[in-house]
Design a protein around this ligand. Structure first.
Ligand SMILES: Nc1ncnc2c1ncn2[C@@H]1O[C@H](COP(=O)(O)OP(=O)(O)O)[C@@H](O)[C@H]1O
Ligand SMILES: [Mg+2]
Length: 224
């Protein structure tokens, strides 16, 4: 199986800060690779580096066998690399419930659908009547995903990614919620301090709780 995207010894500096310290990984064709790691590990910087938004200071990045290191962001996009940045579409002054009621638009919230969402994001149930502004960054992201999937007529994100995957797209995805990551990923990369500290099959990490705790630490609890 061929690798669509390959990073070799990638270092990235932002201003005076040395953020990525020799990132090495490859993303196989037609698979979903999850990029996980604690806050500040370097996940967003890795995606921005691939897109040329924070270009690498050394190392090589190849996409479909072509080196992208010296290319501009539009040129990289033209090669067929799509980037979907994280969104934070939540209303801070409203409660979790109010945020979801607004997102559902058509009629009342569907109880069954809510329970399904709570299964992925227990924090949404726990903080149901709290202001969204009081949530952590990761929890706000969960709320923004919950807002996207609460509307029953909208195809949900997980089905959506499953569908994209079926059509053979190659995906590199950053996901804070381990349960969602586990559902979507074929393989998994874990970053810490600007380096890849683990690579393997998602199914292996999914059944090894001590390894999850060692690699991802508190981020597992913190985002529930
Ligand atoms: N523009 C920036 N200037 C200085 N430091 C930055 C900048 N962007 C990110 N960083 C730092 O780089 C590290 C990695 O950040 P980031 O890639 O956003 O991590 P993650 O997405 O895994 O949470 C963090 O220590 C962060 O503070
Ligand atoms: Mg990030």
């Amino acid at each position: 199986m061929s690798d669509v995207l390959k990073l070799d010894g990638v270092h990235t500096h932002i201003g005076h800060y040395h953020i990525l310290h020799g990132v090495d990984f490859s993303v196989p064709e037609g698979k979903t690779t999850m990029l996980l790691g604690r806050n500040g590990a370097g996940k967003t910087t890795t995606l921005r580096t691939i897109m040329g938004l924070s270009p690498p200071s050394s190392g090589t990045i190849t996409f479909d066998g072509q080196s992208t290191g010296k290319k501009s962001t539009p040129e990289i996009a033209c090669l067929g690399v799509g980037y979907v940045p994280e969104t934070m579409s939540v209303f801070s002054d409203l409660t979790i419930k109010e945020n979801l009621v607004l997102a559902a638009r058509e009629g009342p919230l569907d109880t069954q659908r809510l329970e399904w969402i709570f299964g992925f994001f227990p924090a949404m149930k726990r903080f149901w009547l709290s202001r969204a502004g009081s949530l952590s960054g990761g929890q706000k992201q969960m709320l923004s995903i919950a807002r996207a999937i609460v509307e029953p007529r909208v195809m949900n994100l997980i089905e959506c990614f499953a569908e994209i995957r079926k059509r053979g797209a190659t995906i590199l995805l950053v996901e804070q919620n381990f349960r969602v990551a586990q559902e979507l990923g074929d393989s998994v990369l874990v970053m810490d301090n600007g380096k890849i500290i683990h690579r393997g099959a998602m199914s292996d990490l999914a059944k090894d709780t001590p390894m999850q705790e060692r690699l991802l630490g508190l981020s597992l609890e913190a985002h529930q």
